[in-house]
Design a protein around this ligand. Structure first.
Ligand code: NAP
Ligand code: G4F
Length: 348
């Protein structure tokens, strides 16, 4: 049987790396789109090239979501069965600093892919996955968010992803395209970007414990997030494209924790005994053993608007996709800590 071809935009990111490995294990031929950067940006996928089982089925190609002609040429060249759009300016706080660029990549970039598929007359052939986000729920007051929860985005990132969501649905309805929106809650892993809060906390606490860093500076300690593992979430993306009908699905664990609770869990696992003192921006954590302040809050890490509360209701995915998260927060933290310690020993 002919192998399926998948084209992944955003292959160099956290999810791109997990999805590539997942699809290669399923015997796909994987084409990944990377963009030009001034330093090598393929660290997360370099191991694929070293793996004798995978390297012959894995190809990297240059492209950029801001460049419609590159997208068209890539789709023409690869002639994929499945296209996964994971590419994005994915940092919420940064989207307040570069709103137009975030809208261009995340919003118009999605439209450029859909339009390329359509103008190549591939709309009945190619299946398309769009990486939507719980950030679209924004300021909703619903306590357990599902596919019917109204979007109320509160960041340029959230707004751009709402455009991507609706244009994906529009191409599905208007042109009969097999196009699915995943609405994924936060998912992390050892290869999570270093400026996202989970990785920042774990990296910071380990460095403090090893005496390589004095303090960790954070922003809002009281927002709540539903954190899963990227490995589980890429499986859900693939499952969406294997259904008879295209549809949209919420993917989350159904559990939610504050940033402070995440810090407490991680420090306990690292045998760092901490005590919280002070309130508001002056709240800080003291290392009980040596009485040193190791965590402080800084205004620069607060956003102009915050998504206070996220908790995902993945009942539909459980029922239709037969998907459920396998890795929950405690095992996720364990894995991130283990990786970080191994990595820091390699470096020093
Ligand atoms: P990530 O690690 O930030 O990866 C983003 C990817 O997009 C990287 O490969 C990046 O390339 C690429 N990219 C950025 N701008 C691009 C452009 N102009 N043209 C082409 N590629 C570009 O994000 P992630 O955590 O893997 O998330 C994957 C997708 O899911 C994103 O769309 C994100 O918004 C969405 N999402 C993530 C989560 C989560 O919790 N992780 C939750 C919901 C939705 P470089 O490596 O060169 O920067
Ligand atoms: O780790 P974060 O930056 O993730 P955020 O904003 O929830 O966005 C992530 O998840 C979305 C899904 O809901 C994705 F769509 C998006 O691409 C990205 O992957 O921040 C989590 C929370 C926020 O409430 C933030 O205010 O942590 C709070 N926080 C507190 N101190 C901090 C910090 N966030 C960061 N990045 N850095 C801090 O120092």
């Amino acid at each position: 049987m002919k192998k399926k071809r998948a084209l992944i935009f955003g292959v160099t990111g956290q999810d791109g790396a997990y999805l590539s490995k997942f699809l290669l294990k399923k015997k796909y031929v994987v084409y990944g789109v990377k963009r030009r950067s001034s330093i090598i940006n393929t660290k997360r996928i370099d191991d694929i090239y070293k793996d004798i089982n995978y390297k012959s089925n894995f190809t990297l190609l240059y492209g950029d979501l801001t460049d419609a002609s590159s997208i068209l040429n890539l789709i023409k060249k690869v002639n994929p069965n499945e296209v996964y759009n994971l590419a994005a300016q994915s940092h919420v706080q940064v989207s307040f600093e570069v709103p137009e660029y975030s809208a261009d990549v995340n919003g118009l970039g999605t439209l450029r892919i859909l339009e390329a598929i359509r103008s190549l007359n591939l709309e009945k052939k190619v299946k398309f996955y769009q990486a939507g986000t719980s950030e679209m729920f924004g300021s909703t007051k619903e306590k357990f968010q599902n596919e019917k929860t109204t979007f109320q985005p509160v960041s340029p990132y959230g707004v751009s992803k709402c455009f991507a969501h609706w244009i994906t649905k529009n191409y599905r309805d208007a042109y009969g395209m097999f196009a699915c929106n995943g609405i994924l809650f936060n998912h992390e892993s050892p290869i999570r970007g270093e400026t996202f809060v989970t990785k920042k906390i774990i990296q910071g606490l380990i460095r403090i414990k090893q005496g390589k860093q004095k303090k960790l500076f954070l922003g809002n300690l009281y927002s709540k997030r539903d954190w899963g593992h990227a490995k589980d979430y890429v499986e859900a993306m693939w499952k969406m494209l294997q259904q008879k009908k295209p549809d949209d699905f919420v993917i989350g664990t159904g559990k939610t924790f504050t940033i402070k609770e995440f810090v407490n869990k991680a420090s306990k696992k690292l045998n760092l005994n901490i005590k919280w003192i002070g309130k508001g921006i002056k709240e800080k954590a003291v290392n009980i053993k040596n009485k040193k302040v190791i965590i402080e809050c800084r205004r620069r890490y607060f956003r102009p608007l915050e998504v206070d509360y996220l908790k995902g209701n993945a009942t539909k995915a459980k029922k239709i996709l037969k998907w459920a998260p396998k890795i929950l927060i405690d095992n996720l933290i364990d894995e991130m800590i283990e990786h970080e310690i191994e990595n820091s020993n390699d470096q020093h």
